[in-house]
Design a protein around this ligand. Structure first.
Ligand code: GLU
Length: 552
């Protein structure tokens, strides 16, 4: 007690008192309390969203509670506004919380504060308890001392670290501690680690596992009095009454240590599940998606490309449970929220990131969106990433809504042109005069035909163009045009007797398409003409004729 009072004089080591403040939640049996516990570093990894999604589903499906806890004990990694940025990024991906931090300095729920820097006094109480029980002690080693220790261990080919006889402050007398304190030396508080016999553990995802424990006297409180992750999460998960800790695989090797901390504190630990990372293949090996090397590691990539958040979530559900795909084909119109995620069905090895799969899921998702919703989402995306396009589709709202109907109103077999909102502009820009007239695209009429002949044909077409009720009716007139200008009305006639014709109906369509869209590929021409209207289509044909005439 003397040591504990010396180090943390005004702190109460009675940790039971916290139970009164943060009582049992009295949830129904089977309800899970989970949390997502990111650091506000300004970077949200797709793996973080994956972990958050799995934790959220586990809580929601069991009528439990999903908490957002901000782990900001490493001030070096923090960025200004990082908390609100994180909350916004998560909410963009529909990851919302029942409890926890809601803004930079605000939270909701009775188990807070939910930001670790505001919980220092709580950690100190638990650390004092550990010191009193003989499970923790101050260590006055400087970074340089530890460096020398590591070098010595390396040269002797020993395991590096602060353990056993190398833990020189572990058994210091109270007088030695007083002496160090009086010299004003900085210190950390370390856990007095011990060797456990049992190496067998249960993991919610990986099942029964064997782990080798580390026997380092790890740091619990840093020199600035802030806790390390090891201590902070134990205290927080206990006091927030978290039942299921679902976290990244990288923490698995610390699990024995974390359980020992619960034992030392005489607290019941939560259940742990460790989630394998999303991998990327590199040559013949696989590695974690890297923040530094892979743009797709960042959640910002998906937003900037304009993947619908729910499509990304569907892709992640697909990685999490391989039966999601079968569920989706049986329930094509259900929201993915109705799928029951089962963490026991998660693979214990990491899944490979598959952009093609994501695109297919996204195409499917977009093909099922209603046109007004699709329009709204494109606009939202464009306002952030392509202001000019946002402007154009705002000015031309009705036109855009019509364009979006192309092939998308067939519930049985909708077209799947778009995987992401950023695909739109290139696909449809020719509909808008701003792009058609002022854009960088130029006419490219096939040069094996005489420009004068094409111009005559287009002029003829322009003069006869009228509104049509059906595609067939429209096409009949295109055929007439072909015949008039000695083009075969179908490909096979043309192939059989090439000399009898100037070309075939597909050449005629190509001229019309080029004049109206400046493209060699586009949506069905009849639909384009219908959407643009007869007058505008005529104007465009006329401009093309003028252009052809200047080409001689
Ligand atoms: N702050 C930790 C991290 O971002 C949280 C790990 C956990 O979920 O416990 O890795």
């Amino acid at each position: 007690m003397e040591l504990a009072d010396l180090l943390l004089p005004d702190v109460d080591c009675n940790i039971k008192k916290w139970d009164l403040l943060y009582p049992d939640r009295h949830l129904a049996i089977g309800s899970c309390v989970t949390r997502f516990a990111p650091s506000p570093t300004g970077f949200l990894h797709i793996g973080g969203v994956y972990t958050a999604l799995i934790s959220k589903r586990t809580a929601n499906q069991s009528n439990g509670v999903f908490i957002l806890r901000i782990e900001d004990t490493d001030k070096k990694r923090e960025v200004m506004g990082g908390v609100s940025q994180l909350i916004n990024q998560l909410s963009d991906f529909n990851i919302t919380f029942d409890e926890g931090q809601t803004e930079e300095n605000q939270s909701t729920g009775n188990y807070g504060p939910y930001i670790q820097s505001a919980r220092k006094h709580i950690y100190h109480s638990f650390v004092k308890f550990l010191i009193v029980k003989g499970f923790a002690y101050p260590c006055f080693c400087s970074p340089n001392d530890l460096n020398l220790l590591r070098k010595k261990q390396e040269s002797e080919k020993l395991k590096t670290g602060y353990y056993g006889s190398f833990a020189i402050h572990r058994n210091a007398s109270i007088d030695e501690v007083k002496d160090n304190l009086s010299q004003g030396k900085e210190y950390v508080i370390r856990f007095k680690n011990y060797q456990e016999q049992d190496k067998h553990f249960f993991d919610l995802i990986k099942g029964n596992i064997t782990l080798n424990e580390d026997i380092d006297d790890i740091v619990l409180l840093k020199t600035d009095g802030m806790p390390t992750y090891h201590l902070a999460h134990v205290v927080d998960d206990y006091l927030m009454r978290v039942t299921h800790v679902l976290r990244a695989d990288e923490w698995l090797s610390s699990l024995p240590l974390h359980l020992k901390l619960f034992t030392a504190l005489n607290l019941k630990p939560p259940l742990y599940g460790h989630i394998s990372p999303i991998l990327k293949s590199e040559g013949s090996s696989k590695r974690k998606l890297s923040k530094r090397k892979d743009p797709e590691a960042s959640i910002e990539f998906y937003r900037a490309e304009g993947y619908p958040a729910d499509a990304v979530l569907e892709y992640l559900l697909n990685i999490a449970n391989s039966d999601f795909e079968a569920w989706r084909s049986e329930h094509p119109l259900e929201p993915h929220q109705s799928f029951l995620l089962d963490i026991e069905k998660m693979k214990s090895s990491g899944a490979l990131f598959d952009l093609i799969k994501l695109k297919n899921i996204s195409k499917d998702y977009i093909s099922k969106m209603s046109n007004p919703d699709f329009y709204q989402e494109i606009l939202k995306w464009a306002q952030d990433y392509d202001a000019e396009f946002a402007d154009i589709i705002t000015k031309n709202r009705e036109l855009t809504l019509k364009i979006l109907t192309i092939g998308r109103n067939n519930a049985l077999k909708p077209r799947k042109d778009y995987a992401k909102y950023s695909d739109l502009k290139n696909h449809i820009s020719y509909f808008y005069d701003d792009y058609f007239e002022n854009g960088s695209e130029l006419y490219q009429f096939p040069n094996q035909f005489d420009n004068g002949m094409i111009a005559d044909m287009l002029m003829d077409y322009k003069n006869t163009l009228r509104p049509y009720d059906t595609n067939e009716e429209w096409f009949e007139d295109v055929k007439k045009l072909a015949v008039k200008f000695s083009f075969a009305v179908n490909q096979s006639d043309y192939k059989k007797n090439k000399d009898a014709y100037k070309g075939s109906i597909s050449d005629v369509s190509a001229f019309l398409r080029m004049s109206i869209t400046k493209r060699t590929n586009s949506f069905d021409l009849f639909q384009i003409i219908t959407i643009l209207g007869i007058d505008k289509s005529k104007d465009r044909i006329e401009s093309a004729v003028k252009y052809l005439k200047t080409q001689g």
